[in-house]
Write a protein that binds this ligand. Sequence first.
Ligand code: AMP
Length: 508
Amino acid sequence: MNIANLLERTAKTYPDLPALAYGKDIVATYRDYADQAAGLAGALRGKLGLKAGDRVALIMKNHPEYWIALFAIWRAGLVAVPVNAKLHINEFCYILENSDSRLVFATAELADELVPLIPELPELETVISVHDESYQALKTEAPLELQEAAPDDLAWLFYTSGTTGKPKGAMISHRNLLTAVLSYFADVTALDPGDAVIHAAPQTHGAGMYGLPLIAKAGIQVTPLSGGFDPAETLELIAHYPNSCFFFAPTMIHRLISSPAFEGADTSNLKIIVYGGGPMYEADIRRAIDVLGPRFAQIYGQGESPMTITGLSMAQIRDENHPRRSEILASVGIERTDVEVKVFDADDNPLPVGEIGEIVVRGDVVMLGYWKNPEATAETLRGGWLHTGDMGCFDAEGFLTLKDRSKDMIISGGTNIYPREIEESLLTHAGVDEVSIVGRPHEDWGEEVVAFVVPRKGSAVTPEELDRHCIEQIARFKRPKEYFFVDELPKNNYGKVLKTELRERLGG
Ligand code: AMP
């Protein structure tokens, strides 16, 4: 099934329901949305001369046109290459070249930057600003029928965030996307017509995939006018849209509830915040539940297995009586309905409960491989399992706890130290707002533990106090040997803390 069928179906049953909104304004009903996508699909395969399987990049700040262009691309049997708008021009260039994209849809200011690339990139023919009248005209071309797509046909090239090395294009098929959508309903939440997803995180990344279940169920895709995450605006949109749903990186939840605008804001419309993409600390989720109620679900996934590896359901997050509540909240939940998840040792043998190894996953949501990169594909999908590069362990009840990515693990005096445990502990200190632990090269020990701490406003917390706090909670050898107090932690566009940058600051 072509994933664009989700829109086709919904538009038949609910043509007059709102589909796309910009801030508080509804800009398209499902009828408008489907008609415009069909017209644009007609232009792509007609006037613009693209053929089945060609790649079309979307380099756009969050904008409602993203949803029209994305479904036009799929409807036309083409492959979408969504690219984070905040990347550097050299990264755009790399991704456009690597994907052999023939056409780019861009928001106006980005289109100006991208047009000069056309002579440099042999495959790239056209850059279209979605703010131009000529683009609007394309949507009124003769509509194209929904094109056939086999389950394993490529739908989305998902470029990894490339925190190490060049980004790789994870090949996501129509089957992968459909499986991700179905498992949202199986594990995350049911949805009804009129529910709204507010896109405060970049739509071009995993967060954007959260739009698909809403299209399947006649919900509204809301793009904030700021195109991103502004806590005050987000709170206003929650007050406006009944049953508002979000995908947030954990650091965004932290910013939302710490924002001055949060005081007295009406959040009764909030249906669910799905969080993932980075570690959620126990102290932070407890605070978020206190102030927003238990309206959260967690997912652990990666571009290579979109939205889906494990999850912590709303019911599990709500279960205050679980005897191991702390461990459950600090975990990433249980295997999702549609996948098998295991923990392997370095030789790809399954490890028993409690032992830490690499998390691997198998199922219909796992990518086809990396685009034009057979070596990386063979390595990552060896034995039929997606090797996630994440370290973790299962408990006897099936809850998976993530340790750190292997490159973030600290080896001191031959012992493995997982930064997450120290971070969890420091975050329970009232004077600590955010923290990140990294290894610093050390002559005798190989590495030693150091902490970057953002103190809570108005607190004058000292290294001695934090040291005492750690001694009470964790093994002595894991205590940070030095504390650096900083105003903020460096984060990438997805809100992930950049440990590489912290290590660079240490000259490591
Ligand atoms: P990306 O492919 O850019 O979405 O990054 C995926 C990576 O983010 C995973 O491999 C994990 O390292 C991390 N990640 C995703 N979800 C979670 C989560 N719920 N808790 C901790 N880390 C996560």
